[in-house]
Design a protein around this ligand. Structure first.
Ligand code: AMP
Ligand code: FE
Ligand code: FE
Ligand code: ZN
Length: 272
């Protein structure tokens, strides 16, 4: 049987709902050979996941997904095979997590000004383990009945450019790429079709970007072909994954987008 990999999975250390144990159990159940854990600005789930993966015969790639901002657009950079014990990198992540907390307070304030009176503790109750984010905020709004579902929260209030959105992300994509390289990782542009800023690509490549996440839950076939071609033209690696958030986005996406193991080998060979 062909070995398959899902290279974009979140745990409850960021905005997923699955513990590392649950991620491994699920991956094992659906027969994945390899997964990459890529939590937002946090690496705390990696060690447990890697240990459990080894016990269950599932290869776990240590990863991370850094949130950056360029000209008001939100850009995510994946880092594969990062040295998650690199103290400088870990310190930088801790700083980003602090900024994330501040951002939640700011968004809750903005919501208040829009007549949505949510207790900030409701958000932190849903997070708690690692990095806090907008999906926690959206789930708290939904739980308290302010909206019908998390999607509405983004469309109406906290999506990029919506009235209660707070940017203030103190990191450019080029800096994120640099940090990943310094931590020994392979920087890959996450879901470029969602970000929709192809014009930034030359600058990313100049700063060391090595791959594109061509296959993603939110990439319809036409976008897959587009980014496959762009990766080919620019000599970039190709990755892909479901961006599973456990039950955080309603249904479990793990395994819905996979790549053949061959692409994992290419990724591995690109390690410095
Ligand atoms: P943050 O990391 O706080 O900037 O929040 C970004 C995260 O919110 C993404 O990684 C997704 O998990 C989630 N998200 C963004 N847009 C949506 C949406 N329309 N529906 C559900 N979740 C979303
Ligand atoms: Fe997320
Ligand atoms: Fe992302
Ligand atoms: Zn993600």
């Amino acid at each position: 049987m062909l070995k398959k990999a899902d290279l974009h999975i979140h745990t409850q250390f960021s905005d997923g709902t699955f513990s590392p144990q649950e991620v491994i159990q699920y991956a094992s159940k659906i027969g994945l050979a390899c997964i990459a854990i890529c939590d937002h600005d946090v690496i705390d789930g990696l060690e447990t996941a890697m240990q459990l993966g080894e016990q269950c015969g599932i290869e776990v790639i240590p990863g991370v997904e850094l949130t950056a901002e360029k000209q008001g657009a939100e850009i995510h950079i994946l880092g594969y095979y990062i040295d998650w014990r690199n103290q400088k990198f870990v310190g930088q992540l801790a700083q980003l997590c602090k900024q994330r907390e501040k951002r939640i307070y700011d968004m809750v304030e903005k919501l208040k000004a829009h007549g949505v009176k949510l207790d900030v503790e409701e958000v932190f109750k849903l997070g708690g383990k690692g990095s806090i984010g907008r999906l926690h905020l959206a789930r708290a709004l939904s739980k308290k009945g302010f909206i019908a579902g998390v999607d509405e929260a983004f469309k109406k209030y906290i999506g990029n450019g919506k009235p209660c959105y707070v940017g203030k992300i103190n990191l450019t994509p080029e800096e994120a790429i640099g940090r990943i390289i310094s931590a020994g990782g392979i920087p890959v542009l996450a879901h470029p079709g969602v970000m929709g800023k192809d014009e930034f690509l030359p600058s990313y490549i100049k700063h060391g970007l090595m791959g594109l996440e061509v296959y993603h839950t939110d990439h319809p076939p036409a976008l897959v072909r587009h980014y496959e071609a762009l990766a080919g033209e620019n000599g970039l690696l190709v990755t892909g994954g479901s961006d599973c958030h456990g039950l955080g986005k309603g249904r479990v996406l793990m395994g819905c987008v996979t790549v053949p193991y061959e692409l994992v080998e290419k990724l591995k060979n690109a390690r410095r």
